[in-house]
Structure formats: C-alpha cells, structure tokens
Ligand binder design. Structure first.
Ligand SMILES: [Zn+2]
Length: 229
C-alpha cells in the first residue's frame, strides 16, 4: 500500500515581531501563516503539517459555503436579503429610482448592467439609516458618547470602534436581521468603555442584550451569506 500525500500549500508567510505562529484560511481557501521574524521555514512547515486536519476541514467548509451561496447574477427571480428577509428580484421598464424595494426588489431594465453597483449603493444608504438609528437609540438609553458613525465595505469585520470613539459598521450588515445588527451596535458601543474582549466586556454586552449569544452565533453561521458577489 502506498500513501498518497499532498503537502498543504502555504500561500503566504507574513513575518513580524509577534511571538507565536498563527494560521488563517482565507475565503478563497488560501493559507496565510503569520510568524515571528526568526522562525525557520522548516518549523513553520512542521506546524502546518501538524494542523493538516484542521486546515483541510476549514478549506472544505469554505468550498461548501461558496457552492451554497452562488455568485449573484442580478437576474429576475434571484433573491436578495434585506434585514434578514429574502426578496425576489424583478426587472421592470420604468420607475422613479433604479432600485426600489416593496414586496420585491424592482430594478429597471437599463440598470441591469450596473446592478451590483446599484445594489451596493442602495444597501449602503439603508445601512447608514438603520445603523444610525440603532446607535442613537442605544447610546441615548445607556448613556454612551461616540464621536461619529462610518460605513465600511468590510467582509467579515462587522464593526469596529476607533480609539477616538468613532464607530464603523460594514454596509453588509443590512442584509442581517435587525436584532443581529443591534448586537453589533451594542458590541461596538461597549468597546467605548471596555477596549478588549475580557469577561467584563462580555458581562456588559450581556447586561444590555441578554440574548446576545444567539446573534453572535447567527453571524458565525450566516455571515458568509451577507454578500453581493
Ligand atoms: Zn469586539
């Protein structure tokens, strides 16, 4: 019997002043290794080999996910998420705006070629409105003082809290249910006071939102669907 063995391909090694080695499997399945400057290549390869099962499992999961969420074509009948609900796309000849949401998403026929940009702009605009409202409500209720709200295009970094109190959220969140967006809002607002993910941090999140674990789990399981690609 012969053992067939493919070595795992390391796509990139990023060296820095860090003290430990970390592995990251990217959305496209590529493997990024972060390592201290002095760690010999052989030691990195050994570690990668010892984590082979974990890496292959992760790559397999990502492959399945990309099959599960097919690339958007912006064809009639396709479904698009808004606040956690899927809406069917319909193409129409004339209406006031290029994209309108009623019982369905209605897109004008002459916008179909730019549909991805039009959808992105629509999502971005509505994300800004909904997120701002949630932040203002939570901040007023609980006495948080933030500097400003920004909207990003990040794919997996749902929100962030800058050192000077500016809050950022990705427009992709607008595809998630409102409670999930609210969880990200609460999470970032609590970071204004606790800058890490300590027990104290999660304790405060839990005070403000006792069911936050459900929303965090929702993002872990469904976050990959919040995309227009
Ligand atoms: Zn955080």
């Amino acid at each position: 019997m012969t053992a067939v063995h493919d070595d795992i391909k390391i796509d990139q090694i990023i060296r820095s002043k860090r003290k430990t080695i970390s592995l990251e499997v990217k959305r496209d399945g590529s493997l990024i290794v972060r390592a201290p400057i002095i760690t010999p290549r052989g030691q990195i390869e050994e570690l990668v080999e010892s984590k082979e099962r974990w890496i292959r499992k992760k790559q397999e999961l990502l492959k399945q996910r990309s099959l599960e969420v097919p690339a958007k074509k912006f064809f009639p009948g396709e479904q698009f998420l808004y606040l956690g609900q899927p809406y069917t796309l319909e193409v129409v000849n004339e209406q006031a705006d290029s994209l309108v949401l009623k019982d369905k998403f209605y897109l004008t026929a002459n916008s179909q070629n730019n549909a991805q940009i039009i959808f992105t702009n629509w999502y971005r605009k509505h994300a800004a409105l909904v997120i701002k409202e949630l932040v203002v409500n939570r901040a007023q209720e609980n006495g948080f003082a933030y500097a400003r709200i920004g909207i990003t295009s990040a794919r997996t970094r749902w929100g962030s809290c800058g050192p000077k109190g500016s809050l950022n959220f990705t427009w992709r969140l607008i595809m998630a249910p409102r409670e999930v967006i609210d969880y990200v809002v609460v999470h970032e607002l609590v970071h204004l006071q606790v800058r890490n993910h300590s027990k104290a941090f999660w304790g405060e999140v839990s005070n403000l939102m006792p069911e936050y674990l459900d929303h965090r789990a929702w993002l872990r399981e469904n976050g990959h669907q919040l995309t227009l690609d």
